[in-house]
Design a protein around this ligand. Structure first.
Ligand code: GDP
Length: 323
């Protein structure tokens, strides 16, 4: 593959080139991996910066509807929008919670938008890694906003928060007066909570739910680097479009604040550092499991540990000493 011309295509914002580039970074083949690394290195020189927004919510809260309406609104503001997904379901079942294809039909037809279904197969760590690279590619392709979507289960939120500048939690109005079992850890990651479906019969419940979450957010530890009134809870309606502009204003306000105070770049630097360590760790592991001699030795040591002939510590020390 001609990496130079692919890089040029991506940098020119050509969506087909971008799609091919993402397929390349998602590939598990070793020769593809080195090309992917070359491509990412080449595109780093573009020095473009998108606003990376992580978006999480359980199935049914209206993520697709929200992204479609919000994405179209951004497009109407003259912005280019990319949508990526980290779907933890593909890891185990092969199925997809984020039922990709038919979603966001109008947004996917907009020439200013790019929607990429979540990569299938491999474990979550692998999916998250490749999605992070896809984010970098979208950024190099000149998109102004990259939305990274995930469902509210498992570890996918953490992975998405670690590749985003802002993290948004989407909720639906609660029936009763209980908070919807949102894990504290996820609440703590959120910069903005949006209670969707604030329209028609659901509006009053949405306003109540929003007030409940606003109260809950005030009880969480404050982030000294953010303005005092963040994290915030707002109501929106993907159906009527109400509140979407306000949500965008808040996202920009927070991003601008962080830029002005150096927290934006600091967060990215910390993320890059963590991803670098993860790459090395996973690369090492992959190398270990690919090497037949090491695999044979692992099998032998495993048997000896199981038989009680060696301690786990001793066996591990022997393996590591061999490297
Ligand atoms: P996802 O599973 O989180 O992607 O949710 P969807 O976008 O597929 O929406 C789930 C259901 O909620 C669908 O029936 C939508 O029509 C409905 N829905 C989504 N957004 C809104 C909204 O703002 N208001 C109302 N009333 N319904 C909505």
């Amino acid at each position: 593959m001609d990496i130079d011309s692919l890089a040029r295509g991506v940098a020119e914002g050509d969506r087909r080139a971008l799609a091919r580039a993402i397929t390349l970074v998602e590939s598990g083949r070793e020769d593809h991996r080195s090309q992917a690394v070359e491509l990412l290195e080449a595109l780093k020189r573009e020095e473009r910066e998108a606003l990376r927004i992580g978006l999480s919510g359980t199935p049914g809260v209206g993520k697709s509807s929200f992204i479609e309406a919000f994405g179209l609104m951004l497009v109407a503001h003259g912005l280019r929008v990319a949508v990526l997904a980290v779907d933890p379901s593909s890891a185990r079942s092969g199925g997809s919670i984020l039922g990709d294809k038919t979603r966001m039909e109008r947004l996917s037809r907009a020439p200013e938008a790019f929607i990429r279904p979540s990569p299938a197969r491999t474990q979550l760590g692998g999916v998250a890694r490749r999605t992070r690279e896809a984010v970098a590619l979208c950024e190099a392709a000149g998109f102004d906003v990259v939305l990274i979507e995930t469902v509210g289960v498992g570890q996918s939120e953490t992975a998405v928060a670690e590749m985003s500048d802002l993290f948004v939690l989407l909720l639906a109005p609660a029936g009763g007066d209980e908070l919807q079992g949102v894990k504290r850890g996820i609440m703590e990651m959120a910069d903005l909570i949006l209670v969707n479906k604030a329209d028609g019969d659901l509006k009053a419940a949405a306003v109540r739910t929003c007030a409940d979450y606003a109260g809950a957010l005030r009880l969480l530890r404050r982030r000294p680097e953010d303005p005092e009134d963040f994290p915030k809870a707002l109501t929106v309606s993907a159906l009527t479009g109400e509140g979407l502009d306000a949500a965008w204003d808040e996202m920009q306000a927070l991003a601008d604040w962080r830029r002005r105070h150096g927290h934006f770049a600091a967060r990215r630097a910390a993320q890059d550092e963590a991803w670098f360590a993860a790459e090395v760790r996973e690369g090492l592991l992959a190398r270990l499991t690919r090497d037949p001699a090491t695999c044979a030795r692992m099998a032998e040591m495993t048997a000896r540990v199981r038989a009680g002939e060696m301690t786990p510590e001793g066996a591990a020390a022997d393996i590591l000493a061999d490297l």
